[in-house]
Design a protein around this ligand. Structure first.
Ligand code: SF4
Length: 466
């Protein structure tokens, strides 16, 4: 997962890109970067950490001059978490500057990367994004949009891409539409973003999604669809609705808030707890689903957990050591709400289970007399190869324990997950438009061996921001 933003036609392009990244901070907290173009010359600055840290000095944004900008918040799914992998990546192709911001994960990168290396290609980073750049550089077509199309015909997997080129911005989305991607306008300025919440923040109007398989070019003459990649069956990531996207975003044409409420209602129909006094959410991603659950079941909705918003999301951090620490720092209980109550904790998903186990202990310590857990997704039993950070079965709780074993390990009085049928019935789009591989193991593309979290030893320590 990553958040990307593209701005075309605004003298404050870097500031708008900064704001767009700020709104999409939840999509990646390991690093952020912005590249601008000013009369054919690129300026860039990137760094590790939150957007507000990377651009804490106002002079940094002021140095990023130009009417065109792209930006990226990084969350590593392939490659290590070193600074050299923070996007947008920046290269020269035929002596022309090109920068690229990518949200997604390619699944045929290891073989193609090996082949390119055997042919003499030198890789600067360990990201799959760089692979696309190499393929663009090898294309014999003349226009950049055509070269991008040539490259993308050779890759498989999930990608929403924005390239900053001397021809303007080029945006592309994989034919299966795995990740969200939206385009809008702020007066004469074009805005591209992973999520519509970025457009809302800067006051831009949403025009439409970039279509699956579509490649568009935005220049001073406007936006034109320049190519379509071969059509494939849609595979929107259903986990974007369950957990990842912000509830105020519109994803795959549907409001996330509305859908999460529906999912919560379905779960309440499937797995009510008639004796419960209150239903509480694990803030923030399950807030809206909990409202749906409480509405449907007639259980009082309460705020029983307070989240410290200055600590990052727990499962997004890549190392277990850090994850454990952030769980402890992140939540506090409201004793007056929980004391003596039979409590339902509603959460969106269980990946490794460390957060939920800790929360149940905290809720009991706050005086709850019973704790029931309701999860608004089916058990995650299979790795994701398309951009979500749960790549190995070893790390997935439900891949290694039965629901009853998980309940016991949690120390909960009951534990129920939403069924896959209930999840798909809650969608506003046909069920076969979604990828559900992490629940079912039914992968729309069989990933090439070695795809996923790869660590390459390149001997390069960092690519400094400038
Ligand atoms: S496997 Fe799960 S998380 Fe990955 S793309 Fe499919 S639905 Fe999304």
């Amino acid at each position: 997962m990553c958040g990307i933003i593209g701005i075309h036609g605004n003298p404050e392009a870097s500031t708008l890109a900064y704001l767009g990244l700020y709104a999409q901070q939840h999509r990646g907290q390991e690093g952020a970067g912005i590249v601008t173009m000013d009369n054919g010359v690129c300026h860039r600055h990137m760094g590790d950490g939150l957007v507000s840290d990377v651009y804490a000095d106002p002079a940094t944004l002021a140095r990023l001059s130009g009417n065109i900008a792209i930006g990226h918040t990084r969350y590593s799914t392939t490659g290590d978490i070193e600074n050299r992998n923070v996007g947008p990546l920046y290269f020269n192709i035929d002596d022309q500057p090109v920068a690229i911001a990518h949200n997604g994960n390619l699944v045929n990168m290891s073989k193609t990367r090996r082949e390119l290396q055997q042919a003499g290609a030198l890789f600067q980073t360990s990201t799959d994004t760089e692979l696309i750049v190499h393929l663009i550089a090898r294309s014999r077509r003349t226009s950049m949009a055509d070269r991008v199309a040539d490259a993308l015909k050779q890759v498989e997997g999930a990608y929403s891409l924005i390239l900053l080129t001397p021809e303007g911005l080029i945006a592309a989305r994989d034919p299966q539409g795995w990740r969200p991607f939206v385009v809008g306008r702020l007066e004469n300025t074009w805005v591209l973003a992973s999520e519509s919440c970025a457009l809302d923040l800067i006051g831009a109007e949403i025009i439409r999604d970039i279509e699956p398989g579509e490649i568009v070019r935005i220049d001073d003459n406007g936006m034109e669809t320049s190519q379509r990649l071969p059509k494939k069956k849609l595979n929107h990531c259903i986990f974007e609705y369950i957990y990842f996207s912000r509830p105020d975003s519109r994803i795959f044409g549907v409001n996330v808030d509305k859908l999460r409420r529906k999912i919560g209602k379905t779960l309440a129909k499937e797995s009510p707890v008639p004796a419960a006094d209150i239903a509480i959410s694990v803030p923030d991603s399950s807030n809206t689903a909990t409202i749906g659950y409480a509405d449907q079941s007639g259980t009082r909705h309460e705020i029983g957990l307070i989240r410290n918003h200055y600590v990052g999301r727990s499962f997004i951090r890549p190392e277990q050591k850090l994850r454990d620490l952030t769980v402890k720092l992140k939540f506090n209980t409201v004793k007056g709400v929980l004391e003596g109550k039979e409590v339902i904790i509603v959460d969106d998903s269980i990946v490794r289970g460390t957060t939920m186990r800790k929360l149940i202990k905290l809720v009991r310590e706050a005086g709850a007399k019973a704790v029931h857990v309701r999860i608004t997704s089916p058990p995650i039993r299979f790795p994701c190869h398309f951009g979500m950070d749960f790549p190995t079965e070893k790390e997935l709780l439900a891949a290694n324990k039965s629901v009853e074993e998980i309940r016991d390990w949690f120390g909960a009085d009951s534990l129920k997950y939403l069924s896959i049928d209930g999840l798909l019935q809650s969608m506003d789009l046909p069920g076969d438009h979604f990828c559900t591989a992490c629940f079912t193991g039914d992968y729309p593309i069989v990933p090439e061996e070695g795809s996923g979290k790869l660590m390459f030893e390149t001997g390069i320590n960092s690519m400094p921001g400038s």
